[in-house]
Ligand binder design. Structure first.
Ligand SMILES: C[S@@+](CC[C@H](N)C(=O)[O-])C[C@H]1O[C@@H](n2cnc3c(N)ncnc32)[C@H](O)[C@@H]1O
Length: 236
């Protein structure tokens, strides 16, 4: 492993953390393939919470960073999206891009999956998307990348859009804090055993001058805590 230091914008020393480099993450998820859906069972209740609180029935242009196998997008098409809505997903793993493309083949006219590069520049025009989604991805990025994601989301989200994300959290009660602490300890020694993901506090990245918090919830149904956020742009 060749970990890179990742320094957060405006973060305290406490927040400076090491993350695996992008090529390691890519090759981990290339090898993981379809098994990702089974191994990420613990996040499903948080995904449900995000889905039911983001008004996807009113969405027209959805973008997802780190779409994995396309499971979330498939559920969106099956249950939530209006017939004219379009979806664009990206992923750093070529294997995930292929799996998501096959999974969404039935919706190919409205769904596109593209490879992500390492720059964190989202493949969107200014204000193009009205939903920007990221599920269990920010928790594997370095803090500079997370800060860049928020800048890019602000640029690419329409004025009435919603930024919807969830990630591993440090826990909201004693049992989930213990699990989170164990996870962090294992991450410090063997990050790729955990897919490069670690509990992260995203609160310092949410600039309250730019964003209004519409929904925020920590859930730990299998004792693994995850935090769901839905933000809207703050209007003057
Ligand atoms: C923990 S998985 C979550 C996948 C999916 N969102 C889900 O919930 O099933 C993380 C995903 O993020 C992708 N990924 C990692 N770094 C990325 C980046 N910089 N840009 C886009 N995708 C990335 C990985 O390839 C992997 O598919």
């Amino acid at each position: 492993m060749n970990p890179l230091p990742a320094y957060g914008v405006g973060m305290s020393d406490r927040e400076i953390e090491w993350v695996p480099d992008a090529s390691e993450v890519r090759s981990y998820y290339d090898h993981m393939g379809r098994k990702l859906d089974i191994l990420s069972f613990y996040g499903l209740p948080a995904v449900d919470d995000l889905m039911t609180n983001a008004d996807f029935d009113l969405a027209q242009n959805i973008f997802e960073l780190g779409c994995g196998t396309g499971r979330f997008a498939e559920r969106l098409f099956e249950k939530y999206l209006p017939p004219e809505a379009r979806y664009l997903g990206c992923d750093a793993s070529e294997v995930m891009v292929g799996l998501a493309q096959s999974r969404l083949a039935a919706h190919a006219k409205r769904a596109q999956i593209v490879p992500a590069d390492d720059t964190m520049r989202l493949p969107l025009l200014d204000k193009e998307a009205d939903r920007i989604v990221s599920i269990f991805v920010l928790d594997l990025l370095g803090e500079e990348q997370v800060a860049q994601f928020f800048n890019e989301a602000y640029r690419s989200l329409s004025d009435d859009g919603k930024l919807c994300f969830l990630s591993l959290h440090r826990g909201a009660n004693i049992p989930s804090r213990i699990v989170s602490a164990l996870w962090s300890a294992l991450f410090a020694k063997r990050p790729m055993l955990l897919g490069g993901c670690r509990p992260i506090d995203l609160d310092p990245f949410v600039d309250r001058h730019r964003w209004q918090v519409m929904h925020r919830r920590v859930m730990a149904p299998f004792l693994v805590p995850a935090e769901v956020w839905i933000l809207e742009k703050r209007h003057a």
